[in-house]
Ligand binder design. Structure first.
Ligand SMILES: [Zn+2]
Length: 212
């Protein structure tokens, strides 16, 4: 059984690290972790760099607020993923720079939004689809992400950012960092001919590290 106090401290510590390294700015981005039949969520308008462990929101899986400050307006994004993925223990949502650039480029493929140009995205996250733009916090956005989350660990959201799941909070944070790193490589290599991993290499990685 996960210790709730330790989890709250881990969330605050890792979010501060993300913020200090530029993965989040202002009050952008939000995170969550599942604990039994409840979910801890970063509060609305909170800064990921300064989360107070004791004030992190606690909601039921259905979204009822039961403790801490009021939850993020984007909590529905997180709850939709837990609803379809009982194996998921945490979700990280960021507006990090390079992933957001990809989410704004007209050329980004909605089916396979992030070409896996190194093995590491495939090893940690797998293929990443993109859902169309819907207003942040809307039911339409949560619904679209939830539909993709059945088969994918991460989803890019057009003109917005991304959401990624993990088994534990640290796992979700590592997945988020890998996704942003791959996005950065893709943006920095734009306009250059890329040597992509072969279909056989990708099939091998998918077989070893699993989909979804
Ligand atoms: Zn957002």
């Amino acid at each position: 059984m996960i210790d709730e106090g330790a989890l709250r401290h881990e969330m605050a510590q890792l979010c501060r690290s993300l913020f200090e390294r530029g993965y989040a700015h202002g009050s952008a981005g939000n995170v969550s972790a599942r604990i039994g039949e409840h979910v801890l969520v970063s509060p609305t308008n909170s800064c990921l760099g300064r989360l107070d462990p004791a004030r992190i929101s606690k909601v039921t899986l259905a979204g009822a607020h039961v403790g801490g400050d009021r939850p993020s307006k984007e909590a529905s994004l997180h709850l939709g993923i837990y609803a379809v993925r009982p194996d998921v223990g945490a979700v990280v949502h960021l507006h990090s720079t390079y992933a957001t650039v990809l989410s704004c480029l007209a050329e980004t493929d909605a089916v396979d939004a992030m070409a896996p140009i190194t093995p590491y995205l495939m090893m940690r996250v797998g293929r990443v689809p993109m859902v169309p733009y819907h207003p942040p916090g809307s039911g339409a956005l949560a619904h679209a992400v939830r539909a993709k989350a059945r088969q994918h660990r991460a989803v890019l959201m057009a003109n917005h950012g991304f959401v990624v799941a993990g088994k534990t909070f640290e796992d979700a944070v590592f997945n988020a960092e890998e996704l942003e790193e791959n996005a950065k490589l893709l943006v920095l290599t734009r306009g250059h001919p890329l040597r992509l991993l072969s279909a056989a290499d990708l099939a091998d990685l998918e077989q070893k590290f699993g989909k979804g």
